[in-house]
Ligand binder design. Structure first.
Ligand SMILES: [Zn+2]
Length: 101
């Protein structure tokens, strides 16, 4: 596995959509490559923020403020949402919820 492949798979890992057979090669690359280790850590932070939004039931004002803050943080860190995740992100941002509410 190279850095490009690793980076492509980070979103899948954070989504829990990684194939089991890809976990070992990723882990091996992560151990040897400091850059990818940091990248994974950085994106994990952003995704933990995203997840917290889908798990709580914030007030409308909180929701707006949260995404404003999140996008500012992403800009600061140079994080770009992968094309494959943009639809999911827009859904979250618009406040659409899958069940209940
Ligand atoms: Zn790497």
């Amino acid at each position: 596995m190279n850095c490009g492949e690793f980076n492509r798979l980070i979103a899948s890992v954070l989504n829990g959509q990684i194939d089991e057979e890809q976990i070992a090669p990723m882990e091996e690359h992560r151990v040897h490559c400091a850059a990818c280790r940091e990248e994974l850590h950085r994106q994990a932070e952003v995704w933990s923020l995203l997840k917290s939004v889908s798990e709580v039931q914030p007030s409308p004002g909180f929701h707006e403020g949260f995404f404003a803050m999140l996008e500012q943080k992403m800009t600061e860190r140079g994080y770009v949402i992968p094309d494959s995740e943009k639809a999911a992100y827009q859904k979250l941002r618009s406040g659409t919820r899958t069940e209940g509410g």
